[in-house]
Design a protein around this ligand. Structure first.
Ligand SMILES: Cc1ncc(COP(=O)(O)O)c(C=O)c1O
Length: 455
């Protein structure tokens, strides 16, 4: 197999259980808190918006959670996803490094997001839920939940960040093709949306605002639950199928990675790819670096404060201990809409605090440059979010070249960019700006972090 390009697993090698890093962590994850009492959240606090099965997964410390057969059966539509050795890119970079990527763009919606969308739709359907509300940034998550809803007979309503709603009409069309409703956020449909609009009628929206709208709808309607596309423990755990498969595929290839890389917005594809490898490191002492890559314009892990904060802008969610830029921080517009989130998955943040996770912030022009290299060598046009991982993989390969030593690099190619071609047109015509976050706005936002007695 040593000169193979693709490493493929048969359908019966789809993992039978999701992996939960909580079981292997040397220090337990700080609990999420109820904003009303300041006390750790109980299941009843979450029951109005999530089914019990997902609430149990959220707080579970079991290492393995069995994947229900109906979910595995749907996974067969695209899983196991391929692991590819980027041989042409290695050659173009003239590097001694071996570069592998796991390709999640083969899913029906085009990214890793259906791995959890299908699971969440399943558990909600089992609990008798027929309506789900959610938010979406660039539209990958909204179209994934729309796809999953169509399989389980669930009506899906998606609040899409306004700037992306206007930029990506075909993502909206995809959601509607799957039968979902897509609304630009902030909208006039919810009290929180109306409040944001009256404060700023031209608001471009943000993930934090769209989450407020979707949570409000679920909290106020007994027949509606809420589904989140990232951040929460159960979401990252559903994504562990990526890393679990990749471990087997790297064994087929005969290499253990020196570094495992993924982009990080809310942290779910990073958790899904990296945590199974971290588990091996913690349990078996297998050395590996894991690297999360984020935009310099929204640098949550590299510039954020590790503190309790809300997951949304209107403060309807529980308080989570995470790296945060503050829930009122609105990052400047840039093309990786799925990475414009003020917080980071508590589990990723905790692992970073424990020194288990490296983080790096990169600018968008460098990301698109790397994305183009991948497209021209390997044929795949990466999603703008995924180009962040490609950039870091290229930099690792160039560092190996400078050192004159081989290294094995594995990155997660979290999605394709077929609905993001405007971003590539802007890059190709030299229109993309490398924007940094506004330091004064960040400081002002961090000033407003909630004061939490538990800290
Ligand atoms: C292709 C792609 N990759 C990555 C992300 C970032 O999300 P997360 O950090 O949860 O993986 C998104 C979010 O929309 C996405 O669409």
């Amino acid at each position: 197999m040593s000169d193979s390009v693709k490493y493929l697993l048969p359908e019966d090698r789809i993992p039978r259980a999701w992996y939960n890093l909580a079981a292997d962590l040397p220090v337990p994850l700080p609990p999420s808190l109820s904003p009303a009492t300041g006390k750790p959240l109980g299941p009843d606090d979450l029951a109005p918006i999530f089914p019990m099965a997902l609430i149990a997964q959220e707080v579970s410390t079991e290492r393995e959670i069995e994947i229900p057969e109906p979910v595995r059966d749907i996974y067969r539509l695209w899983r196991p996803s391929p692991l590819v050795r980027a041989r042409r890119m290695e050659k173009a970079l003239d590097t001694p490094a071996r570069i592998f990527f796991k390709y999640e763009g083969v899913s029906p919606a085009g990214s890793h997001k259906p791995n959890t969308a299908v699971a969440q739709a399943f558990y909600n359907r089992e609990a008798g839920i027929r309506k789900l509300s959610t938010e979406t940034g660039a539209g990958q998550w909204g179209s994934s939940l729309a796809f999953a809803g169509s399989l389980f007979g669930i009506e899906v309503k998606v609040y899409m960040v306004r700037v992306s709603y206007n930029q990506k009409p075909y993502r909206r069309a995809l959601m509607e093709t799957y039968g979902a409703t897509c609304i630009a956020s902030p909208s006039n449909e919810t009290a929180s949306g109306r409040a944001f609009l009256s404060a700023n009628p031209d608001s471009p929206g943000s993930l934090g605002i769209a989450i407020s709208e979707a949570v409000e709808v679920a909290a106020q309607n007994a027949d509606t639950n809420y589904a989140l596309g990232s951040v929460l423990n159960h979401v990252g755990m559903h994504q562990s199928v990526i890393g679990l498969e990749a471990i087997e595929q790297m064994e087929m290839a005969g290499f253990w990675p020196d570094v495992v890389i993924a982009c990080a917005g809310g942290g779910s594809n990073f958790a899904g790819m990296a945590f199974p490898f971290l588990g091996k490191k913690l349990r078996e002492g297998k050395d590996v670096r894991v690297l999360a890559v984020e935009p310099a314009a929204c640098p949550t892990l590299t510039r954020g404060t590790y503190a309790y904060d809300f997951g949304d802008t209107a403060h309807l969610t529980p308080l989570m201990k995470m790296h945060t830029l503050g829930s009122t921080f609105v990052p400047p517009g840039f093309h990786a809409g799925g990475l414009r989130y003020h917080g980071m998955a508590p589990m990723v943040s905790h692992a970073r605090e424990l020194g288990l996770v490296e983080a790096r912030a990169v600018h968008q022009n460098g990301c698109f440059e790397a994305g183009l290299l991948l497209a021209r060598c390997e044929g795949i046009v990466p999603a703008p979010e995924s180009t962040h991982a490609v950039r870091a993989a290229v930099d690792e390969a160039l560092a190996a070249k400078a050192e004159g030593k081989p290294r094995t690099i594995l990155f997660n190619l979290s999605g394709h960019g077929h609905f993001d071609m405007q971003a590539y047109m802007d890059y190709l015509s030299g229109k993309l700006e490398d924007r940094d976050y506004d330091a004064a706005a960040l400081n002002a936002s961090l000033e407003l972090l909630p004061k939490v007695a538990a800290e």
